[in-house]
Design a protein around this ligand. Structure first.
Ligand code: FES
Length: 148
């Protein structure tokens, strides 16, 4: 076990954990930030997506010891007036909802880097996030709604 200081949602935390503990489990088990979900644990589904210095990453695949002073943003760190959150609600995107935090984090990162993505750019950005309910059409519609 070792002490690590991490910056999450503009708040500093100190955790005493194994150096190889994945960020996903630090968020969920140590900090009760349970909006970030466990899907596959091997970087394949996108359910655990958070932002690392603004870039979407899979939190199941990155160890706490590699974060340094990186800035982490989770679904809990988004402002309630974020256009993606509003559009997700307006279009009523989720079905079961389990993957949606990861989907939203990828969509927010996309719009932070591209104010008006086309269909191909949306597909590329969202490609690593799997939804077994198949809400892809509604997610694309919500992303387009968010940019209006
Ligand atoms: Fe991390 Fe699936 S839980 S990618």
């Amino acid at each position: 076990m070792a002490l690590f200081q991490i910056l999450i949602n503009n708040q500093k935390y100190e955790v005493d954990v194994e150096a190889n503990k994945p960020l996903l489990w630090v968020l969920r088990d140590e900090l009760s930030l349970t909006g970030t979900k466990y899907g596959c644990g091997i970087g394949q589904c996108g359910a655990c997506t958070v932002h690392l210095n603004g870039t979407p990453i899979r939190s199941c695949g990155i160890s706490i010891s590699t974060l340094g002073d990186s800035k982490i943003t989770t679904i809990e760190g988004l402002k309630s007036d974020n256009p993606i959150l509003k559009a997700w609600e307006e279009i009523n995107v989720p079905q079961c909802g389990y993957c949606q935090a990861g989907q939203i984090m990828s969509a927010v990162a996309l719009l932070n880097n591209n104010e008006n993505p086309n269909d191909k750019e949306i597909d590329v950005a969202m490609n690593g996030n799997i939804c077994r309910c198949g809400t892809y059409y509604r997610m694309r519609k919500a992303i387009k709604t968010a940019v209006k």
